[in-house]
Ligand binder design. Structure first.
Ligand code: URA
Length: 211
């Protein structure tokens, strides 16, 4: 699958909020709040094709067949730690979702993803799983996260990020061509330190105030 598997969410609200987040002087508080808001908006897009089923309900006036989301509860899978920034926004729309925590850090020398924690529902084979990390840079963490979810049986995985580098998209699509990507922007490139250009800096540090 090629770039048709990449959905750039060009909604004006998303684009405006993303520009605010890129500004280097934006406060930690504001960065975190906006990331949550964009998480909610991206959640709306990534769930657009969820199957519905008709269920009998009663309104105050009459009985009717009403559409509700079919199947098991979705699973939200943030890659720690920056992926957590999307979680509250997504949970606001899907409060009953299950959560899979994926602990991966990026080795600063090799830029490889190193696993340190993984806790997910036992069987993901019948659940839509939304894998999330704000920055798709080298693609190493996203690839490792998708592999961990597949090892638990996941067959319907969707990856959501805020920014993607072309290099990260290429790597992710090479390893996981079956996993579509939703992003607010495809930026220019990666720099020598593995940061996205123009990007927004280190998403984890900016959201948690650790720098
Ligand atoms: N992770 C970040 O937080 N920022 C980047 O630009 C790349 C990876």
């Amino acid at each position: 699958m090629g770039s048709s598997n990449v959905h750039v969410v060009d909604h004006p609200l998303v684009q405006h909020k993303l520009s605010l987040m890129r500004e280097k002087d934006r406060s930690t508080k504001s960065f975190r709040e906006i990331l949550n808001e964009i998480g909610m908006l991206l959640c709306y897009e990534v769930t657009r094709d969820l199957p519905l089923e008709l269920v009998e309900i009663e309104t105050p006036i009459s009985a009717m067949q009403a559409p509700k989301i079919a199947g098991k509860k979705l699973t939200l899978a943030p890659i720690l730690r920056a992926g957590v920034g999307f979680l509250d926004g997504m949970l606001a729309l899907m409060p009953s979702a299950r959560i899979a925590h994926i602990g991966l850090y990026r080795d600063p020398a090799t830029l490889q993803a190193v696993e340190y924690y993984f806790k997910a529902p036992q069987d993901l084979s019948d659940r839509t799983v939304i894998l999330m990390d704000p920055m798709l840079a080298t693609g190493n963490s996203a690839c490792a996260g998708a592999s961990l979810l597949k090892a638990r049986g996941a067959r319907d995985i969707r990856f959501v990020c805020l920014l993607a580098a072309p290099e990260g998209i290429a790597q992710f699509q090479a390893e996981h061509p079956d996993v579509p990507i939703w992003t607010a922007s495809v930026d220019e490139r990666l720099n020598d330190h593995g940061y996205i250009v123009p990007g927004l800096g280190d998403a984890g540090d900016r959201m948690f105030g650790t720098k």
